[in-house]
Design a protein. Structure first.
Length: 71
């Protein structure tokens, strides 16, 4: 599998270099992907929990906002 490409643009000379990520950059990239993936999983779980709670209460999200004093 090829690694993502890094673009380096020297604005003084207008030289553009495209290269694959080195080992350090690629490790950091993978770490960030894991964090973002976990954040997405957590966000989806929270949405599902909120939907389940509203279902148990038998109210809509708009009705819940009104009850909680939101706009």
């Amino acid at each position: 599998m090829s690694r993502p490409i890094v673009r380096i643009h020297n604005t003084e000379t207008n030289e553009i270099i495209d290269r694959e990520m080195n080992d350090t950059e690629f490790a950091e990239y993978n770490k960030m992907l894991e964090i973002l993936t976990q954040e997405e999983v957590d966000r989806n779980a929270k949405i599902a929990q909120r939907a389940a709670l509203l279902e148990r209460l038998g109210i809509t999200e708009e009705e819940a906002r009104i009850l909680l004093g939101g706009n």
